[in-house]
Design a protein around this ligand. Structure first.
Ligand SMILES: [Zn+2]
Length: 99
């Protein structure tokens, strides 16, 4: 009899530990590393925009996104190269950043 009780206890532990692990995974917020350097306001703007309007890369995935002001509207791009490209054709990239 005591053997059986022990087995049930370890099964319970297994269930509890897998539940706790699953819980930790879902609580983790998926903030890309590059966004941690930004202020909270900028981070929200970047997450709302999502992708670089020039090359379509996910903003903040590898490096901190750079702000670019196009026709008075602040948007974010993923690199210096994209920033100068966006400033060359502001109308084109402004509309894709706001989609
Ligand atoms: Zn880009």
């Amino acid at each position: 009899m005591p053997k059986r009780g022990c087995r049930q206890f370890s099964l319970l532990l297994l269930i509890v530990s897998s539940f706790v692990t699953g819980c930790e995974n879902s609580v983790e917020t998926p903030i890309p590393a590059g966004l941690l350097a930004l202020s909270e306001e900028d981070r929200l703007a970047v997450m709302g925009q999502g992708h670089c309007p020039v090359d379509g890369k996910l903003l903040g995935e590898s490096a901190a996104p750079l702000p670019a002001t196009l026709k008075g509207t602040r948007i974010f791009v993923c690199s210096d190269a994209c920033k100068s490209e966006a400033e060359k054709s502001p109308a084109k990239y402004l509309s894709s950043a706001q989609e």
